[in-house]
Design a protein around this ligand. Structure first.
Ligand code: CAA
Length: 273
């Protein structure tokens, strides 16, 4: 694969493309990619290099991958942006972010956001496996995933406003979509920490398990997702993703169209009469 392990390591990332899922030996080889944030001594603090590495993984993912698991090494999922980037010295080996008043700033953030947006692609289902803290950019990464499995010790926090920043790594839309505007406003402007039990109540976690069971819970979920036919899974994800922006009539029309497309793909076109 074009993705060099050494380059990913430099970005603080590890990529493992697994064969069979433990819980389901029938899953085709190579169908599960696990991306590990791997800077445990800094609680997986994130840098522009890491976001670009994530974007490269998304861009070069082998086509047989159907489930992507994002996880963190060590006790925290991620402590958010590497705070050294805000110091005069910066973070070693990292580009200095451009001046927010400069013309290139918008494009620069778009490049960082690209590390997040691919996780919503219809051909994959992404799962954030979160233990410990997911703060700021780390919480937004969990929000960028389709599903979240939390360990009981998980702690979610949108810290940016407390640091004089708006959250800008694609997290505001999924947060509002999931918890609603008033709760999102309250969480962001108080920058408070949401524990796993509350996250489950708010819909921010699909599953909460004891920390020692996190890996097994993700493997079970992955196996269940892979049991669905790939084309059906893809079409269903596309269909469901359209629903929030549609009226009932528009969504009903989308259901008809996608059913026809899916079955035509499966059966081939009608023979000529
Ligand atoms: N950046 C750089 N280094 C960090 C870091 C971060 N975000 N978070 C932790 N570290 C480092 C610590 O400095 C410490 O380093 P040393 O061992 O050299 O002292 C090491 O990681 C371990 O940290 P702690 O001893 O604090 O570990 P803990 O388990 O007691 O606490 C924590 C973990 C609650 C995550 C705590 O480290 C913490 O609060 N970190 C800062 C979180 C933060 O404010 N992040 C910014 C979020 S905003 C954002 O992300 C903005 C954006 O998108 C643009």
């Amino acid at each position: 694969m074009a993705l060099e392990t050494a380059d990913l390591e430099l970005a603080g990332l590890r990529l493992d493309i697994a064969g069979q899922v433990e819980a389901d030996a029938t899953a085709p080889a190579g169908s599960v990619a696990t991306v590990t944030l791997s800077r445990p001594r800094r609680r997986n603090a994130m840098t522009p290099g890491m976001w670009r590495g994530l974007a490269r993984i998304g861009g070069e993912l082998p086509p047989q991958v159907r489930v992507v698991v994002i996880t963190g090494e060590g006790p925290s999922f991620s402590a958010g942006i590497d705070l050294r980037l805000f110091s005069a010295e910066g973070a070693p080996g990292e580009e200095t972010p451009p001046d927010p008043r400069s013309a290139g700033f918008d494009e620069w953030i778009a490049g960082c956001q690209a590390g997040y947006t691919w996780l919503r692609r219809p051909d994959i289902v992404s799962i954030a496996a979160v233990r410990g803290h997911a703060i700021g950019a780390g919480f937004q990464l969990a929000l960028a995933c389709d599903l979240r499995v939390l360990a009981e010790d998980a702690k979610l926090c949108m810290k940016e406003p407390a640091l004089g920043l708006v959250p800008d790594l694609t997290g505001t839309k999924p947060l509002v979509d999931i918890v609603g505007l008033p709760r999102a406003l309250e969480m962001c402007l108080t920058a408070r920490t949401v524990d796993a039990a509350e996250a489950a109540r708010l819909g921010l976690a699909e599953i909460v398990v004891p920390t020692s069971d996190l890996h097994a819970a993700v493997a079970d979920l992955t196996a269940a997702l892979l049991a669905t036919d790939p084309a059906t899974a893809r079409a269903t994800k596309r269909l469901l993703s359209l629903a929030p922006g549609h009226t009932l009539a528009e969504q009903a029309a989308a259901e008809r169209r996608m059913q026809s497309e899916l079955q035509t793909e499966r059966l081939g076109p009608l023979p000529p009469r």
